[in-house]
Design a protein around this ligand. Structure first.
Ligand code: SF4
Ligand code: SF4
Length: 425
């Protein structure tokens, strides 16, 4: 099997030496962070397997799909509608952007003061270590923050299959019209790529498939309201991360199984942490695989994370798409309505997000909120200040964290986070 995988990675054009280094580091981090946890739900064994095969079996499956005539589409943002991709007989995968790689080379293309997420997306491409990127027939990027917009101009010179989606920045009628135009343009582009027209039937089925995986994640989130929390924030984050990679139907079944197990745990009052452990809501920038730094620090400092107001979390999954439409146009409208509710910080103004953070803090019975901002991410770092003020005005303690993917500040962050948790007790 090992040789078979190596041939597959070579055929994809990966740099085997660099890839070995990345996979080794990922495996070590997983062992130290995930496998070191106590009292994990048995169902997490599925996600351990997925992570051990993230560059192996899953890539083999995608390549088999390609052989059978399906197309693979890679993306970096929750605004790329999976419903349209599935309805046109393609598969959507999230692309890696949660670790520093090939930074020296990256900084030949991007300024040093670019957020870690954007730098990471370049590093995985330039370092030739991402089999998802290399398997994709189309890479969809989006005009969201300024950093992404300008970085993608550069990325366009490095790859031939980039598709740029324009996105509104204001929640107005014009903004919705722009999203509609762009989603219809995207549908045509995917249809051209696959040679398969989206029909009312295929779109309805696709909406059902994506809604089912969202509903499974909603169920998992809802179980985290219990005290003691039946699952760690680290494990729940992993499920939210795998949401972007896995086969949708298999993912849904696996999450539902964990939920059955967690319901049993709740009945027995068994938790991943003791009852009364301080509960934290994390809000802010997305945490892509393998960015587990913040939850690891929080959950080894005496608190449990009970929710993520994040694109890898509830901002990305919270709304379902209305399934009741009968024509492609009606269902496209439902898709536009669903995605237009995503309250990313690139929108101005963005009052819905603050409301959502408050709602989540109450629903998940959070004792405090940690606002997670990546260094140099203007939209989220700027929004963090009014968010903190508004929460503190309502007696919800909030702490702003600004960090990157390096491990240099772990000690300093841990000291600050321990002090914050102490204040919540
Ligand atoms: S934070 Fe904004 S730009 Fe980033 S993935 Fe989410 S919606 Fe997309
Ligand atoms: S983390 Fe911030 S700066 Fe980085 S890509 Fe997302 S919105 Fe842009």
């Amino acid at each position: 099997m090992g040789e078979d995988y190596r041939r597959m990675w070579t055929d994809l054009g990966l740099d085997l030496g660099a890839h070995d280094a990345l996979v080794g580091a990922l495996g070590k981090a997983y062992q130290d962070i995930y496998l070191a946890q106590k009292d994990r739900p048995l169902g997490m064994g599925y996600f351990d397997f997925v992570m051990s095969e993230v560059h192996g079996l899953r890539i083999r499956e995608l390549l088999d799909e390609k052989k059978a005539g399906r197309r693979i589409i890679g993306s970096y943002c929750v605004f790329v509608p999976e419903e349209i991709v599935l309805a046109a007989n393609a598969t959507l995968v999230g692309l890696c952007s949660g670790a520093d790689f090939a930074m020296e080379e990256v900084e030949r293309y991007l300024p040093r003061n670019t957020c870690a997420l954007i730098k990471s997306s370049f590093g995985f491409k330039l370092g030739k270590v991402c089999p998802y990127f290399e398997s994709a027939d189309m890479i969809v990027v989006e005009n969201t923050c300024d950093g992404k917009k300008k970085a993608y101009e550069t990325l366009n010179d490095l790859v031939s299959n980039l598709y740029v989606m324009d996105l509104p920045q204001v929640k107005s009628e014009n903004g919705r019209e722009l999203l509609k135009t762009e989603y219809n343009r995207f549908r045509k582009a995917v249809e051209e790529l696959t040679g398969v027209a989206v029909t009312a039937e295929s779109l309805k089925q696709a909406i059902r498939t994506v809604n089912a995986k969202r509903a499974a994640i909603h169920r998992l989130s809802s179980l985290r309201k219990a005290d003691p929390a039946p699952i760690s924030g680290l494990d729940a984050l992993l499920a939210n991360q795998v949401f972007f990679y896995d086969n949708p139907a298999r993912f849904t079944v696996s999450v539902e199984k964990i939920c059955d197990e967690l319901e049993g745990r709740i009945k027995e009052e068994k938790g991943a942490f003791l009852a009364g452990t301080p509960r934290i809501l994390v809000s802010g920038c997305p945490q892509a695989v393998p960015n587990w730094k913040l939850p690891f620090i929080v959950e080894t400092s005496g608190a449990v994370i009970v929710g993520e107001e994040s694109c890898v979390g509830e901002r990305g999954t919270r709304n379902l798409t209305d399934e009741s439409g009968e024509t492609v146009e009606q269902m496209m409208d439902a898709i536009i309505d669903r995605y237009f509710q995503v309250d990313c910080a690139i929108f101005t103004p963005n009052p819905d997000r603050l409301e959502h953070i408050r709602e989540m803090a109450a629903e998940y019975r959070a004792d405090g909120v940690i606002h997670y901002g990546l260094q140099f991410c203007q939209p989220y770092l700027m929004e963090a200040i009014p968010v903190e003020k508004a929460l503190e005005g309502q007696d919800i303690p909030c702490m702003r964290v600004e960090t990157d993917y390096s491990m240099e500040d772990v000690g300093q962050l841990k000291t600050r986070i321990e002090a914050f948790i102490e204040q919540l007790r």
